[in-house]
Design a protein around this ligand. Structure first.
Ligand code: ADP
Length: 457
């Protein structure tokens, strides 16, 4: 009989959660496949006074255990340390990071409180899988509460080079927190190598013959498990009535022009201004392309309360307006930029009619949009993926047109090359890409992580 699985992630797929993304589906599947389990996380509620316990309820085979945050915890743990220190530093934006002791204190408090709550819900033979940068200290608290079972952690965002990670005043405490786990998983070999080097160079870690690392009096495995998607599901969505209808609506708007397409959360890590500038530059340099192509960027605002996002919004508004004013014509709008989200079906339909996808983050843990785009293509007429070399996905997708998202001229060339690419080359590249997306899909990710974790038992 398999062990009971306990998952912890900041947001869960509890009924009523606003968006059931790929991760939510993957984790629900992991729990359901084992006949159920527990999913612990933040309820999404911010309360006046601390509520000590968790709200427990069952949905199918999954027992949800949700805890609230106080306003101070929400500000310090979530908006503060998670979003304004860990997120920027892990994406190499130390310039945007706020190193605030009080924010860290709130982060530690929430991790401790949640760790204790989770420890109360676990039995010795359970296997615990904790997710992402919000909860790096939760495992240590579980151990301190006396829980000694199997415990893994997966980081969904990049792990930066030690030279950057050490900018965080609390880097050692975070590393100690991670050392409480038996297995720590990363998105790419780049991240795993960064973490291992950090432990060896900064924490006195020693690499053992079997590849594990002895550090802080524990033995830890750090390995790569690149997250994937469900490609069949995306291919289905792309030709669903909703997908087709979105594609038709956009088709009427752009007429028979080629579509260059981008879809991202509006985040400074996504390289949106550079991408727009590159499209503008392509139009500057290739007058023949004018009027033949439209760029649609979908970018719903995220984390609006942080100043950096408001600045980004203003910059994008200005750039799109300027490029349209310079290049547009009575019957042609070069850039359409929509600051809102769309259902997955609609996105899938739009991916399918795009001739070129621009997935050009300055830094990204993985980037699932790149994989979704590939999965949604028509095999007889596939579009071209232009992918940042700094996206984790680039490690697995060498057949995309790889670009440096800081190199505006290089990206402009790649856009033109993508638009003009002959069908044979498009098919050849797509076949290689889809093979990889299918091989390491979302099921592979969760199965291989849990298998590696349970091998330790
Ligand atoms: P990140 O996790 O940094 O946002 P990913 O590319 O890995 O980046 O994942 C983003 C997910 O969110 C994808 O599944 C994508 O389909 C979805 N998404 C991104 N932008 C939108 C949008 N505008 N509307 C709806 N879903 C979106």
């Amino acid at each position: 009989m398999s062990r009971r699985l306990i998952i912890a992630s900041n947001r869960t797929a509890a009924p009523g959660e606003p968006r059931a993304g790929g991760l939510a589906v993957a984790l629900s599947d992991a729990l359901n496949e084992r006949g159920g389990g527990v999913w612990f996380g933040w309820s999404g509620e911010v309360v006046e006074r601390e509520t000590r316990g968790v709200r427990l309820f069952a949905d199918g085979a999954i027992d949800f255990a949700l805890a609230d945050l106080t306003q101070a915890e929400h500000d310090g743990f979530y908006l503060g340390y998670s979003n304004r220190a860990l997120w920027p530093v892990f994406h190499y934006r130390t310039d945007l990071a706020h190193f605030d002791e009080e924010d860290f204190a709130a982060y530690e408090t929430v991790n401790r409180r949640f760790g204790r709550l989770l420890a109360q819900l676990t039995r010795p033979e359970d296997v615990v899988w904790i997710h992402d940068y919000h909860f790096m200290l939760m495992g240590a608290e579980m151990r301190a509460s006396g829980w000694d079972g199997l415990m893994g952690f997966f980081l969904h965002i990049p792990f930066p080079a030690p030279e950057v990670f050490t900018a965080l005043p609390q880097h050692q405490r975070l590393a100690r927190g991670l050392a409480a786990f038996d297995l720590v998983g990363f998105q790419t070999d780049r991240d795993t190598a960064n973490f291992r080097r950090y432990l060896l160079e900064h924490c006195g870690g020693v690499q053992r013959e079997d590849g594990t690392i002895r550090v802080f009096d524990r033995v830890l495995r750090a390995e790569t498990f690149s997250i994937g998607i469900d490609p069949e599901d995306f291919a289905r969505l792309a030709v669903s009535p909703e997908g087709r209808s979105a594609a038709e609506r956009l088709g009427r708007m752009i007429e028979n022009r080629a579509l260059v397409f981008g879809v991202d959360r509006m985040d400074y890590s996504k390289g949106l201004p550079q991408r727009m500038a590159a499209f503008g530059r392509m139009l500057d340099e290739s007058p023949g392309m004018r009027g033949t192509v439209s760029f649609l960027q979908i970018a719903p605002p995220s984390r609006e309360s942080v100043d950096a996002y408001q600045a980004l919004r203003a910059e994008l508004d200005g750039l799109a307006g300027r490029i349209n004013a310079d290049h547009g014509d009575l019957d042609w709008v070069p850039i359409r930029y929509l600051a809102r989200g769309y259902p997955r079906e609609a996105l899938a339909g739009l991916y399918r009619i795009a001739r070129v996808a621009l997935v050009t983050p300055l830094y990204d843990g993985m980037n699932l949009v790149a994989k979704e785009f590939v999965a949604a293509q028509d095999p007889e007429d596939p579009g071209v993926l232009i992918l940042s070399g700094f996206a984790g996905a680039a490690e697995q997708m060498p057949d995309a047109l790889l670009v440096n998202p800081h190199d505006i001229a290089g990206m402009a060339d790649a856009i033109e090359r993508g638009l003009l690419m002959p069908i044979d080359e498009r098919k050849e590249r797509w076949n290689a890409l889809i093979t990889g997306v299918r091989e390491k899909d979302i099921a592979w990710w969760r199965v291989s992580f849990l298998k590696a974790l349970e091998e330790r038992a």
